[in-house]
Design a protein around this ligand. Sequence first.
Ligand code: AMP
Ligand code: GLY
Length: 416
Amino acid sequence: MRILVVGKGGREHALVRALAESPGKPELFCFPGSEAIFQLAKPVAADGLESLIEWMKSNAIDLCVAGEESYLVKGEGLANLCERNGIPCWGPPKQSAQLEASKEFAKEFLVRNAIPTARATATDTLEEAVAAIAGEYPTVLKFDGLAAGKGVAVCPDEASALSFLDEVFTQRRFGAGRVLVEQCLTGPEVSVFAAIVDDQYLIFTPARDYKRANDGDLGPNTGGMGAVASRKLVSPEVLARIEQEIVQPTVDGLRRENLPYRGFLYFGIMLTPTGPQVIEYNCRFGDPECQAVMPLVQGDLAEFCLAGAKGELRRDLISFNDGWSVCVILASAGYPETSRNGDRISGIEKVGNARVYHSGTRLAADGVWETHGGRVLAVVAGGDTREAAVAQAHTAADQIGFEGLQRRRDVGILNF
Ligand code: AMP
Ligand code: GLY
């Protein structure tokens, strides 16, 4: 089997590795990929969506796996183009990927399908937004479009709300677009991933993302400084509610609204005092949750994704390890405001009993890995207990060093 994975980060490195470990030993390709990924998957000679499709056709690709979301909504859409050209694709078509690309679309879908979510009002101007907030703080403001994770502000007071609204409506920092004014929910968050194939689904191991930069869950929001994954993260009762009140109605809604879906769907959920509610959908796996979850997947992921892309959910092909997995992110100096490239990384080869996925690295001329992005490496270890996985992951992460390294020491430990 010949598989092409689309993306270039730590999530794609983890996906590529899990696919590479599939029993059928598929031949792997990655676009645009990274030097670390190219040690497992061959690079692709393409410079955009159209040429990527041409390349897949002339290279007899059996399956395209969408790692990151951007290509799903670019131009005609990656999955749409794959379908038109007869290439099975694990990832949804453009119309369905609006669940991630437009927060307003997602909110309307949730409301139409009576799926629990925060109340929200869409606004076109600063004045409308202020009127919708109606003096109720804290409030949550969301730019209605892809904004590289910077489009959401949880505002404790009027000053912070006005400052975000000024960025969106006056400075147009994210381009043109509306703002959702949303009720602020409280409670622990959990990331739930389902593999969806038409009217069927399979829920993967739940995970929790450590979103803020510093220990104690303080400091600015980041793309994610680590993750913990386990079936035991959420009680069976809560998981059953998530399935009945959120996952099943979402799958039913997609069918009813003629939104085809074959791929991973990410449910960002808040466990509020009145029950689980949807914070957001993403049409892909999470990063860094993927790095934590993939080592717990056993069986044949490659055949599972191929069968799914062709319309068959083969639950028999994979199973999930019952233990725990912890992923510690090592970030470069300045992250998340900026990032620093070119700091030489030492100690990767010293890591034992853990996996190291590359999020943002490159090889220097002398063959040494160096930083190349905000999030640099993901160090992942597993264990039968949470404590064992935490100890293993942090001990492994201790082996690695580079100038300006930033990392959270409480990943897997802090429970919230
Ligand atoms: P999003 O980009 O939609 O995942 O939002 C980023 C983060 O903002 C979430 O992970 C939550 O921590 C927070 N957030 C989003 N929506 C709400 C809400 N309605 N109430 C409270 N916090 C929220
Ligand atoms: N970890 C959050 C995300 O992938 O969006």
